[in-house]
Design a protein around this ligand. Sequence first.
Ligand SMILES: NC(=O)c1ccc[n+]([C@@H]2O[C@H](COP(=O)([O-])OP(=O)(O)OC[C@H]3O[C@@H](n4cnc5c(N)ncnc54)[C@H](OP(=O)(O)O)[C@@H]3O)[C@@H](O)[C@H]2O)c1
Length: 300
Amino acid sequence: MYAITGATGNTGSAVALRLLAHGEKVRVIGRDAGRLGTFVQKGAEACVADVSDAAALTRAFAGAMAVYAMIPPNPASPDVSGYQERVSDTLVAAVAKAGVEYAVVLSSVGADKPDKTGPVVGLHKLEEKLSSIAGLNALYVRAGYFMQNTLAQIGVIQNFGILGGPLRADLPVAMIAARDIGEWAAEELLRLTFRDKQARELLGHRDLTYRELASIIGKAIGRPNLTYSQFPPQLVKPALLQAGMSPNMADLILEMSEALNSGYMAPLESRTPQNTTPTSFETFVAEEFAPRFTGKAATV
Ligand SMILES: NC(=O)c1ccc[n+]([C@@H]2O[C@H](COP(=O)([O-])OP(=O)(O)OC[C@H]3O[C@@H](n4cnc5c(N)ncnc54)[C@H](OP(=O)(O)O)[C@@H]3O)[C@@H](O)[C@H]2O)c1
């Protein structure tokens, strides 16, 4: 049986669906039984557990041959690093107490660095803590920048007529569709060939700059002249707060942006067929971005 944290989310749902499609026994974990219902209809067992509750998570992992483990985002937390510490402690305790032998763990490009990468520091610490569990086979999936992050640009386009954000316009970013991470993780869970502790980068379909993203999005939404502007931190922070982030999370995002802009936070691996995934940004825009943009535009 496989236990999947974050099962209703971007990556976890793809893990669960791929394993269910292979006829595997799957336990989906989330905070709300109703949201897990679609997986139950496909044969999964639902388990309601908060990832900060060690006893509940240990029960959720009990009997699992392998788990898909993640720290769910909590961008409204006043202390994001403290939240990440608590959840990584809980995950580690649950993996150890339940005697889990295999874990595919969602991490990030940049998790090799111990500091100055914003929220990714919490993933570095998660990897470190899990690595202290003797006998655990753990695969840390150091994923690139989620294409889903660009959905925040819908409001920016509607308010300012451009794309804008803290990253340099000409910075090549390894852009990945979250679904590709989940499907890749599911294949690793099916094979279970990883041993001891390993980190693997997953760099998505290709590297793209925000300038290129603006051009791709512009063509798809009928605004062919759409451009991107880098905004200074003092402009970005209020926008992040308005989007519902805590001041602490906004500061961490700005720290991560600085780390990306300077090249401190960057993939360690060169691009290869093994760390490249199938979904292009054009496909993501056609399937997710443009419909949401149009849907939102219709309500404005
Ligand atoms: N964004 C990026 O560019 C990027 C890049 C690399 C790595 N990452 C990492 O990717 C992870 C997020 O992955 P994702 O996008 O797949 O997640 P997600 O879709 O945002 O969320 C996953 C699920 O976690 C569940 N959840 C939230 N809080 C919970 C709690 N306290 N207890 C139990 N379940 C909880 C939610 O389901 P319910 O509401 O049903 O409980 C949610 O659907 C983060 O660790 C992030 O650092 C992100």
